[in-house]
Design a protein around this ligand. Sequence first.
Ligand code: GLU
Length: 296
Amino acid sequence: MTAAPDPSQPYRGRFAPSPTGALHLGSLTAALGSWLMSRHHGGAWLVRIEDLDPPREQAGMADRHLRDLASFGLVSDEPVLRQSERSAFYAEALQKLREDGWAFECRCSRSDLAASGGIHKHCVKQPSGKHAAWRVRLPRKMVSFDDAVRGHVAQDLGSDVGDVVVLRADGYWAYQLAVVVDDALQGITQVVRGADLLDSTPRQVALQGLLGYPTPSYAHLPVVREANGAKLGKSLASLPLDPGNPLPALVKAFGLLGQDVAAMQGAEHARQALARAVTVFNPASIPAQDHWLAQS
Ligand code: GLU
């Protein structure tokens, strides 16, 4: 697989927020980066709401994400998909993985796996009345891909990942399965997202292989981190953006993508800033390292 999207296929990119908290500078950077890549390649940009984890979600947050994105001029080119409405597709994928002998029921708890560093290599628990999760046995091998920003990335699935949960014991679908199914069914040709997900990509590539899906190209964008190392989205300092005043945050996000912010100067509204950004956007300038914010 090469780092560049296949030019023979119409480019399709996406932004896939989880409605667990308000959009912040880090999520805006991922949204803007994926939108710019789509426009740069003359392709479509889709928004998909990854609302798979109701206990962690806030009521009304998905709609707020869509409204806030629109204030920044970022609007999905196709109807927005919500993963909470797509169980049938995930069930079909699990059925195939079962038929092919890759999926198995598992009742191991986190503490059962402590001895193997949390990595599931085989079940250590005898079946009981407890609800089971479904896991997939991934190939015990090195999986690598060429990321458009980070270059060659490799991970040993056997020692670093083990068997992945695809349906949680509490009955919710796991992100790793849903993202692979939806990226394939939506025909996504390039996944552009934050580098906090770099570590998930080799297992997603392996799942694509087991399900017979094509592997898209990948571009992992810099993550904004606090000086103490926390990803901005997970820290207390990740204040929500102000959709009433989108330009300063757009300029900041464009700068975090390594781009020439002068191009946006003087823009009167978000759409105008975006239109100017597209004309100067250079994917080769996206930094291959995360950003560290100084402690305030
Ligand atoms: N839903 C994930 C998040 O909000 C992003 C998943 C992806 O882009 O693959 O962090």
